[in-house]
Design a protein around this ligand. Structure first.
Ligand code: FAD
Ligand code: GLY
Length: 377
């Protein structure tokens, strides 16, 4: 039976919202999650599913620490979710290989290699022959490679569905076609929210609406500077064995070999575009770049193309933590290119905060207020 008062109401059924719901339910809280459309219908359903803590990092610091911690969590997360949901999120740890076909990009990869080795991270610098040995289908134009053996990948839509199912199996209410339109206020606290399904009361509200989080927060007078960064992406059907096993990523595209035999090829980046449909130009750019990198893929049957809106932020870092304006509003958004990677740690941290517990990592570098402070300077 639905309780009159939930401990936590989560807005958004992507990787982030579903992970918050899962972790909160696992902590014994009563949870209701509201998704405007279907679970995983947003960016999380579009993602390539790479778990690139190192390959997507630009420098040491709190963002790298958060990404490494979440990548570590993914190693056991898949098995845990399979057990609680019956769905396998298809975690694979085959590494990510960044490939250079010109000197300029090889130079950038080399400096990444150097700072990551100084940080004690595992990374291997490869000459052309060793790079092509690791990625046998790679073009003869390959100059050098940087291999991150601890990176992995996952089937992102399956991960999100597994999170939602596991949360539901632990008692969470997962409500689809349940767009949230308003919030219920009680002095300086939120009392709950209004969705198309009616009013729901909750002790805490978590905003995890992806690229739509800004407009939702503005209903509460809270400024969350999240904007859409459109990504187009496509897939081809690989022959067995696939020409690649690791995630392969040049400066123009990436190829991710999936367990079901597809190779996912991504992704474009366009800031401020709300129409997430793939375009002919996007498909042409990606297929051209992929064929230059791994020539064999141009002969593979095209499977499909799709797009999604990454929730971007001005400094490229997620927005995590309590909103200053309301005592019981928690923000979990702005994960830009890495929301699938960061889903486990975000769920862990935000569910702890929303339940008044100490989070396992310091989230002050990601506080909602930091962007206002930066804007003032
Ligand atoms: P979303 O998945 O967008 O979920 C937000 C949800 O909120 C949506 O389902 C939406 O319908 C719902 N919502 C919005 N408004 C309301 C409302 N009013 N009421 C109720 N519900 C509402 N990340 C990686 O880690 N690895 C990758 O390889 C990777 N590849 C990517 C490739 C592409 C092409 C794209 C587009 C993104 C990729 N990303 C990747 C980034 C990743 O997809 C995002 O960072 C992540 O999905 C964000 O998750 P989210 O839950 O915050 O947002
Ligand atoms: N992290 C891959 C992407 O956002 O396209």
């Amino acid at each position: 039976m639905t309780p009159d008062l939930f401990d936590i109401a989560v807005v958004g059924g992507g990787a982030v919202g579903c992970s918050v719901a899962y972790h909160a339910a696992k902590r014994g809280a009563s949870v209701a999650l509201f998704e405007a459309d279907r679970i995983a219908s947003g960016a999380s359903g579009a993602a390539a599913g790479m778990l690139n803590a190192q390959a997507e990092s630009h420098s040491p610091g709190p963002m790298l620490d958060l990404m490494l911690e979440s990548r570590k969590m993914h190693e056991t997360f898949s098995g845990e979710l399979r057990e609680h949901s019956g769905l396998d999120p298809e975690y694979i740890r085959a590494g990510t290989l960044r490939v250079a076909t010109d000197e300029a990009f090889a130079g950038k990869l080399e400096s990444t290699y150097e700072w990551q080795r100084r940080e004690g991270l595992s990374a291997e610098w490869l000459d052309a022959d060793d790079t092509r040995e690791l990625g046998p289908g790679l073009s003869p134009a390959t100059l050098a490679g940087l291999y991150f053996p601890e990176e992995g990948q996952i089937n992102s839509p399956r991960l999100v569905k597994a999170l939602a199912l596991a949360a539901a199996n632990m008692g969470a209410e997962i409500l689809e076609c349940a767009s949230v339109s308003e919030f219920l206020m009680d002095g300086d606290r939120l009392a709950g929210l209004r969705s198309v399904l009616g009013d729901f009361h909750a002790g805490a509200v978590v905003l995890a609406g992806g690229a739509a989080s800004g407009s939702l927060a503005s209903k509460l007078g809270v400024e969350i500077p999240v904007f859409p960064v459109k990504g187009e992406i496509l897939s081809v059907e690989a022959r067995h064995p696939t020409p690649i096993s690791a995630n392969i990523w040049s400066d123009a595209c990436y190829l991710v070999p999936k367990r079901d035999g597809r190779i996912v090829i991504g992704a474009t980046e366009e800031t401020g575009v709300y129409d997430r449909r793939p375009t002919l130009g996007g498909v042409a750019r990606l297929s051209g770049a992929a064929a230059r990198l791994v020539p064999e893929v141009s002969g593979l049957p095209f499977s499909s193309a799709w797009g999604g809106l990454r929730p971007g932020t001005p400094d490229g870092m997620p927005i995590l933590g309590a909103a200053d304006e309301w005592g019981n509003l928690f923000i979990a958004t702005g994960h830009y290119r890495n929301g699938v990677l960061l889903a486990p740690i975000t769920g862990e941290i935000i569910s702890a905060l929303a339940l008044g517990e100490e989070p396992k990592m310091d989230v002050s570098p990601f506080s909602p207020g930091r962007l206002r402070e930066k804007a003032k300077r």
